[in-house]
Design a protein around this ligand. Structure first.
Ligand code: GLA
Length: 390
């Protein structure tokens, strides 16, 4: 079955399950992908550069507006059963479980003055939760795409990015940036999304690793992380402190050549946090240039340098991520790094096709020897951004 046929079958299957559950057919089915970030970590909220791509795993939602103010939500994965809410009674911070993502989007739309009717929603997602692949943003982006259409709100992709960020920051309570939503809403098959987080301009950069004999492996370490916990927020606070001490609007405005002088004006920890952001922005630009001029086979050393910077300067890696990266590198990957917010989640390893099995076996073996939970390892390719599929 080709991709289109698979998508059609999946959409019609979800629509049938929706009808069995809620007693009427959905008005439509909308899908939005998770993402991996090739490079540019924690640079988004510093108004810098990122280079993620939408992956071939996504959240799919079937939705039907109701005639009242009730919202009913059901996930095919959930033991929670149907979660009910009222559009007039959404309170930031008060919702637990996966329902906070769709309800956060409704709340953020209301904050913009958009009237959202009650609706029934059935979710199915194959983005693994907790793997650092933005499973939550995939849900938010599928829901905002659907509700944008169903309410006739007419928001642009950039506006939907900002709106879902507001949902995430103010309703869910995670102080995250705009990278994940931008990849999910603005991604395109065969391309990475080169995003300037200061003005939200996007350039699509071809990334067809398989055409050059490479695969991008994702190694899900199974170490749970949450961006609502303190680690992410404390890194963000250090960056803001550093920018203020250096007298710039955001760390985006500090160049690599300014770092030496900056060292004398910052405490050692803040300096290392700043150095990660400043050098990481530079690495994103170098990866974009290298992809355009020489292709994916040459970006490996920049991925490795990014990991070292996150491990040593930004201190957001963990033993499982370091082991995944080191083992992949020493068994044939040409570049590897943790991806996403850190403190757990996944690593990526750019690997020659002929070495893929060797890398997989070595990583599983190393995890067993270290007494770590066995990782999940799979390949991803750049896929389409959010869309209506039925
Ligand atoms: C999480 C956040 C993003 C970004 C990354 C780190 O994925 O949601 O906004 O800050 O961490 O690059």
């Amino acid at each position: 079955m080709n991709t289109t046929a698979r998508t059609d079958a999946h959409a019609s299957d979800l629509a049938s399950r929706f009808e069995e559950t809620f007693g009427a057919a959905p008005d439509g089915v909308w899908a939005a992908p998770g993402r991996v970030n090739l490079i540019g970590e924690h640079t988004d909220y510093n108004e810098g550069f990122v280079l993620p791509f939408a992956i071939d795993k996504r959240a799919t939602t079937a939705i039907r507006p109701r005639g009242d103010s009730t919202i009913r939500l059901l996930s095919t994965a959930g033991a929670e059963g149907i979660v009910a809410a009222d559009t007039a009674a959404l309170v930031p911070g008060a919702v637990t479980g996966w329902a906070k993502y769709p309800l956060g989007v409704v709340w953020a739309l209301q904050q913009r003055g958009i009237d959202v009717p009650g609706f029934d929603l059935l979710l199915h997602s194959d983005v693994p939760p907790g793997a650092g692949l933005s499973s939550s943003h995939a849900i938010e982006c599928a829901v905002v795409t659907a509700l944008n259409e169903l309410t006739g709100a007419g928001l642009t992709a950039e506006e939907m990015v900002t709106l879902t960020q507001h949902a995430e920051n103010a309703f869910v309570g995670a102080p995250t940036g705009i990278m994940d939503q931008s990849a999910s809403l603005r991604g395109a098959g065969g391309h990475a999304v080169f995003l300037d987080c200061r003005d939200q301009t996007v350039q699509l950069v071809p990334f067809e690793a398989q055409d050059t004999g490479l695969v991008l492996l994702v190694i899900d370490t199974k170490v749970a992380h949450s961006h609502s916990d303190g680690g992410y927020a404390s890194r963000r606070a250090s960056c803001e402190l550093g920018a203020a001490a250096l007298g710039v609007k955001a760390l985006r405005d500090v160049a690599v050549a300014d770092l030496e002088a900056a060292g004398g004006r910052l405490d050692p920890v803040t300096f290392r946090r700043v150095r990660h952001i400043v050098t990481e922005n530079d690495r994103v630009l170098q990866v974009v240039d290298t992809l355009r001029s020489q292709g994916p086979a040459r970006i490996g050393p920049l991925l490795d340098a990014s990991h070292a910077s996150m491990r040593d300067d930004f201190e957001i890696s963990c033993p499982e991520l370091d082991l995944a990266v080191d083992t992949a590198r020493s068994h044939g990957a040409i570049g590897a790094r943790m991806t996403g917010g850190g403190f757990g989640g996944s690593a990526i390893a750019l690997t020659p096709v002929g070495r893929e099995q060797q890398v997989r076996d070595a990583v599983v073996r190393a995890f067993t020897q270290a007494g770590f939970t066995s990782p999940d390892i799979f390949t991803v390719t750049p896929a389409a951004g959010a869309e209506r599929i039925r």
